[in-house]
Design a protein around this ligand. Structure first.
Ligand code: BGC
Length: 767
């Protein structure tokens, strides 16, 4: 065993004895029925047939690929396919399933998966945006609708939710997760699993969730996708692992491995991760699938040839091999050579068959193939209404000096920028089922929602990026933004002339949808240069400028924050984004989104997150630099916009934080109550956030940790008392022995409008 692996196993062994408590589930009568059925089926299967069940193939493009391409068809016939993904429509899926259940020896149905990430055809905001709604029932509803539409189109398995915590906005996939926070991320993970799976996986309109990417994928070094992760067990247990566990506890049927190396052992070959932690400690009883060709990639990680890495992976606890076919082509040989026990394969096959059983596929392999449902249940007006509402709830108002927003629905608006007139960029990354051609652009959305007395002018003003090659990389998968071949000066001059004819300028700038997402890491997080120069020219006209910011990640907006009077961050809002942006711009909806990932002042501050440790030399309050303190010479430690931040068209005042008692013991609770008043002129929603700090611990503790939140709605002038109950469970953490404990002592509680601006009080826990 190599040294790094050995050390990792030592650490792992140590953590096994404590860490997450081992969980056991009771065996029900339904389980027993399933067990008998599967035992019987397994007894009839050859080794080859069992290995076949561990093979996941892709059916090609979601909309254009044909499942019955010769390779796939003959593999299905030979019993070499357990699952297929990225094949949609009842007709195509039926065709593949028919081969499986009519032309194979054991007639085992196939499971059909896809990346249904933020909606299906009705596309919701990208997950990072969705998390900014802080609305768990709305988030659950989006997953429910996604499941209804995807199952109507023949699917029964989604590769979602992605629950990777990320504190590095250079990483493009921060867009696919719920941001930086462990507690919020765990709540969202649960809501998504519940939305997809409901309480009965065998129902025709529920689908199996797949929690990904297990694990720590969001902590890739330097924010470069697929890069190494090296992390202490303390940080893993306290900060990065809980959302995966929350999803598993919520009953997620499958887990996907991550591509990255974890402390010397890539996740896809990591026995500690998949067997000791996931199975034994967390009691996971679904199956583990690899990420795309992740087994094969173990060769490049340096763990051996295809046969060796396939054996490593299955022995570590992987059940299904996505696309790479290493299991299919090498496992039999490994069994013959004694490198893999047949029992390991039987067990893996059992878990895959159980998933199919739970989905009801053995009862009716065609239960998800209904043309009727596909016709009636996709892109329904009701789904689109939820999409519009969700999008407007996800936008974050970053600045609104002089109350420029909402816009008046009269006069002239100049809509300018490379993101103003592109429908295909609205759905955002990982929206393979979105109808890109029919998604309306912001320009069309504004026109559709403007009153008769509002005139809308438009010009592009700048290219997305200066370098056409970079632009190609940033506009893949049909998300084109045509280039204008005029000089930058000509384009800006035209835009300035347009701006001068208007009362207010709306600048639609930022990233294209493919500037975030997989393999879309960036080292420079500014709004691209040509767009910034356009913005500068627009500001010089003296017209009020509203920056409508499209982005899949926190950007560095220091200059914009200092110079642009209003900034509305709209992320990528999905099918109904353009209507939802119009709703917010015209004040039909009051924005209430709050950031779930810190916006740094510059890239050098990354990783920057609110729940940091204090260090032994914290900066004194009120100072931004002190010699021999933990800070920078050139920039303060402060973020540009903190976690939890977001403005409204109204204002909220927090007062009178009270605790029901200041000392409590195990078994008791403390109630913290604060009065929140809407002090502005319009109704608004506010996310009231509660953070706790453990002042003295046996290990160092973060300066603040989110432990509760409530989204409330207040009419103008209305006040509400908002209460949070704190129990000993909220104070627990994994100590140096990885035991989940609360320690007696002093705590602080903070309640407020974001992670920075809040009222505080103190209490004690005595045990
Ligand atoms: C991604 C996964 C995705 C899979 C299948 C991979 O490249 O990392 O998130 O589920 O492809 O499409």
């Amino acid at each position: 065993m190599r040294k790094a692996t050995y050390l990792f196993f030592l650490a792992a062994l140590f953590s096994l004895s404590s860490g997450f408590a081992q969980q056991k589930k009771a065996v029900t009568a339904t389980d027993q029925k399933m067990n008998t059925f599967i035992k019987n089926l397994l007894s009839k299967m050859t080794l080859e047939e069992k290995i076949g069940q561990l093979n996941l193939l892709t059916g090609g493009e979601a909309t254009t690929g044909s499942v019955v391409s010769t390779g796939v068809e003959s593999k299905i016939k030979n019993g070499q396919v357990g699952g297929i993904f990225s094949l949609t429509t009842p007709a195509r899926i039926r065709k593949a399933q028919e081969i499986a259940v009519n032309q194979t020896r054991l007639k085992i149905p196939i499971i059909f998966g896809q990346d249904v990430i933020h909606g299906y055809k009705t596309t919701f905001p990208i997950p990072l945006a969705l998390s900014c709604s802080w609305d768990m029932s709305l988030i659950e509803k989006t997953a429910r609708i996604a499941a209804v539409e995807a199952t109507a189109d023949g699917l029964n398995w989604t590769f979602s939710p992605m629950v990777d915590i990320s504190r590095d906005p250079r990483w493009g996939r921060i867009s696919e997760g719920s941001g930086e926070d462990t507690y919020l991320g765990s709540e969202i993970a649960k809501a998504m699993v519940k939305g997809y799976q409901g309480d009965d996986l065998s129902k025709y309109n529920t689908m199996m969730a797949c929690v990904k990417h297990f694990a720590l994928y969001g902590a890739a070094e330097s924010g470069r996708d697929y890069n190494t992760t090296d992390m202490s067990l303390n940080r893993m247990y306290n900060e990065y692992l809980p959302p995966y566990k929350a999803a598993v506890d919520a009953g997620a049927g499958s887990v996907m491995t991550s591509f990255n190396d974890i402390n010397g052992v890539p996740a896809t070959a990591n026995k500690w991760l998949m067997t000791d932690l996931l199975r034994k400690q967390w009691g996971f009883d679904g199956f583990v699938v690899t990420d795309y060709t992740a087994v094969n990639e173990l060769i490049d990680h340096g763990l051996g040839d295809l046969q060796a890495v396939s054996a490593l992976s299955i022995n570590a606890g992987v059940e299904m091999d996505m696309v790479g076919e290493g299991f299919l082509t090498t496992l039999k040989k490994s069994v013959q050579e004694g490198k893999v026990k047949e029992q390991q394969i039987t067990n893996a096959c059992r878990l895959v068959l159980e998933a199919k059983y739970k989905l009801g596929l053995f009862d009716d392999p065609f239960r998800y193939c209904s043309e009727e449902r596909a016709k009636n249940e996709i892109l329904t007006p009701e789904h689109l209404k939820v999409a519009r509402e969700t999008a407007s709830q996800s936008f974050v108002l970053l600045k609104n000096q002089g109350q420029i927003l909402p816009l008046k629905n009269t006069g002239t608006v100049a809509l300018i920028g490379p993101l103003a007139n592109t429908g295909s960029n609205m759905p955002g990354t990982w929206s393979v089922n979105s109808d890109l051609k029919n998604t309306i652009s912001l320009l069309d959305g504004l026109k559709a929602n403007a009153g008769a007395d509002l005139k809308i002018l438009h010009s592009m003003g700048a290219n997305l990026l200066t370098d056409p090659e970079y632009q190609k990389r940033a506009t893949m998968f049909g998300r084109d933004i045509p280039r204008d071949n005029r000089s930058e000066e000509e384009m800006i001059n035209e835009a300035v002339a347009t701006a001068q004819k208007s009362d207010v300028v709306v600048a639609a700038l930022g990233e294209s949808s493919e500037m975030s997402g997989e393999s879309s890491s960036r080292t420079n997080l500014d709004i691209p240069e040509p767009q910034k120069r356009l913005l500068q020219a627009l500001l010089k006209t003296g017209k009020p400028v509203v920056l409508v910011l499209f982005t899949g990640r926190p950007l560095t907006l220091k200059w914009e924050d200092e110079n642009v009077p209003a900034i509305l961050n709209v992320w990528f809002g999905g099918t109904e984004a353009a209507n939802a942006i119009s709703d917010v711009l015209f004040g039909k909806v009051n924005p209430s989104g709050k950031l779930t990932a810190t916006f740094p002042q510059n890239v050098g501050q990354i990783p920057l997150y609110y729940s940091q440790k204090n260090t032994g030399r914290p900066l004194e309050q009120g100072k931004w630099f002190s010699k021999f303190r933990s800070n920078y010479l050139d920039v303060s430690n402060e973020p540009l916009y903190p976690f939890g931040y977001g403005l409204s068209y109204t204002s909220f005042d927090y007062s009178n934080l009270k605790l029901s008692k200041t000392n409590f013991k195990a078994g008791e609770t403390i109630t913290a109550t604060i009065t929140v008043k809407n002090t502005g002129a319009v109704e608004g929603k506010e996310v009231v956030q509660m953070y706790i700090r453990d002042l003295v611990g046996s290990t160092t503790r973060p300066v603040k940790e989110l432990k509760g939140f409530q989204k409330i709605s207040l009419k103008a002038g209305e006040s509400k008392d908002v209460s949070f109950k704190i129990s000993i469970e909220d104070l627990k953490f994994y100590n140096a022995d990885l035991k989940f404990v609360a320690e007696p002592g002093d705590f602080k509680i903070f309640i407020g409008t974001n992670s920075r601006d809040n009222s505080e009080a103190s209490f004690q826990l005595s045990l």
